[in-house]
Write a protein that binds this ligand. Structure first.
Ligand SMILES: [Zn+2]
Length: 506
């Protein structure tokens, strides 16, 4: 009997000890696992000669440094433009790019120069966590995404130990999705309970694909629209509404009078000739050595880009660039399995913003930086500012995932039931409405595009009001102004009037 009692007692003792050892949540008990924010490109400074007198921030490049180098380059660039000398122009621009960004280049093994470092990288500290507090994971964007995956793995372990939780939430912004892709491919989704992808180039971005294939062109429509869409957000400050309005007006006047077409025609010829020199002397030797930038190249551009960017056929750099192709190829399946195993998942992307000009694929609808089809893992999209074609719409068997403005069909996405689309949302622009959706995603028992009445699958961003509304139909600048009166919506309305006037009578 005594023996039986002592056996039971020791069993109870072992159970007590092991429950303390294994049940991490017992360490906190708040019910909200910590959030790790996986930041975008450029989330930490890259510095040359850190701590020395000669210290120089290479990224984000110091404006004063950039302007001083531009000042040195301007006489050459001006002379080249005046004489339309493509060779001189190419050399002047290549020299300027090398002066500003040359030290960012990696070696043939894909490693940084020893004197170029990221001295401010975060290490998780403290146990503060909750819906309004996250741990910021930053990284050197140039390097192999799998190096970041390894560091993120350690980072997650540290956060778990600090907070006493046995799982974390990953909120990834833009390039953070590249880190996530490598992470899921190498480590899986154990110990992750929420994944949020905000404007992430999960399947790349056309601007990287086209740039790495040398497909550069100036196009007047894209240039004008880019000005209209992006300028309001490039600067913030007191006098901006006035400046924005003036720039809008200037761009549209130049467009209507054909001046931009003239500049583009001239620019295009020069760009083709000078561009080759800039690529050969600066862009390929610098940006062609960065596995992090290679991770933005979509699959359909990759083979041509390897050739055009003269990627070495062997060595560490080659291996790192090729290794990430597996992470990109597997991201759809990896997210699908995570979701099917109970990881609450939210992929959210912008559409209907004019993407960066200078590339031939300027009609691809996007958030201005990342194409909607790549960020959404496979939506079929109309051209920017256009609905899907009539033929496509007719061929649709059901419209369950069709946007009310007929611009997006999400049925072909990897996770159509967990992918949100925000019309007119500029890449990663802060928006309190979208943050509210994230809070719901992080706290709800079930997450899908039908879970939250306020946040259906298709939303429209109103950045002035700092919120989002459900999309109910095609963009209509007049009713938009009536419902959400703001200076920007007024400008949009005025220009829609001018455009329709010229379309009719111009
Ligand atoms: Zn807690």
């Amino acid at each position: 009997m005594k023996k039986a009692v002592s056996l039971i007692l020791s069993a109870v003792l072992i159970l007590c000890v092991s429950s303390v050892a294994f049940a991490g949540d017992a360490g906190c008990g708040c019910g909200f696992s910590p959030v790790i924010y996986v930041g975008p490109l450029g989330c930490t400074p890259i510095v040359k000669d850190a701590g020395k007198d000669s210290e120089q921030t290479l990224w984000k490049i110091d404006t004063k440094f950039l302007l001083s180098k531009l000042g040195e380059a301007m006489p050459g660039i001006s002379r080249a433009l005046l004489t339309r000398d493509a060779d001189l122009l190419g050399s002047a621009i290549a020299g300027f790019v090398k002066d500003c960004f040359g030290d960012l280049a990696l070696d043939s093994e894909g490693n940084s120069k020893p004197d170029v470092t990221t001295p401010e990288l975060n290490i998780p500290q403290g146990d503060r966590h909750g819906p309004d507090s996250d741990y910021y994971f930053d990284y050197d964007f140039r390097l192999d995404p799998y190096e970041h995956a390894d560091r993120l793995h350690e980072f997650i372990d540290k956060v778990k130990a600090l907070t006493g939780h046995d799982s974390v939430k990953l909120k990834c912004s833009s390039m953070g999705g590249v880190v996530l892709s490598a992470y899921l491919d190498k480590y899986g989704y154990d110990g992750i309970d929420v994944i949020i992808c905000r404007c992430c180039p999960l399947l790349g971005t056309a601007v990287a694909g086209e740039a790495f294939c040398g497909k550069i062109e100036l196009n007047s429509t894209s240039l004008t629209r880019y000005g209209e869409d992006a300028i309001p957000f490039l600067e913030t400050g007191f006098a901006d509404d006035f400046i924005e309005g003036t720039l809008y007006a200037l761009l549209d006047t130049l467009k209507v009078t054909g001046v931009i077409d003239g500049i583009c025609a001239l620019g295009d010829r020069l760009i083709t000739k000078a561009g080759k020199k800039v690529f050969d002397e600066a862009l390929i030797p610098i940006f062609g050595t960065l596995p992090g930038i290679w991770a933005f190249v979509p699959e359909e551009y990759f083979d041509e880009a390897v050739d055009f960017m003269k990627l070495p056929e062997t060595g560490g750099l080659h291996d790192k660039v090729f290794a990430y192709r597996k992470a990109m190829a597997n991201i759809k399946n990896n997210l699908r399995s995570a979701k099917d195993s109970g990881v609450k998942t939210c992929i959210i992307c912008g559409y209907n913003v004019q993407r960066t000009p200078l590339v031939t694929l300027w009609k691809s609808t996007s958030d201005g930086t990342v194409d909607t089809k790549y960020a959404s893992l496979g939506a079929v999209c109309g051209d920017v500012k256009e609905p899907l074609t009539n033929d496509y719409l007719k061929s649709l068997k059901n419209g369950d995932y069709l946007s009310p403005d007929n611009m997006i069909d999400a049925s072909s996405c990897a996770l159509p039931e967990c992918t949100w689309f925000v019309r007119n949302w500029l890449h990663c622009n802060g928006n309190a409405g979208i943050d509210r959706l994230f809070n719901l995603v992080m706290t709800a028992d079930e997450v899908s595009v039908t879970s939250f009445e306020e946040f259906p699958q298709f939303l429209e961003a109103d950045d002035d009001a700092d919120t989002v509304y459900p999309v109910t139909g095609a963009p209509d600048d007049a009713s938009n102004l009536r419902e959400h009166p703001s200076y920007l919506n007024f400008i949009r309305y005025i220009f829609s009037l001018i455009k329709s006037f010229f379309e009719r009578f111009g």
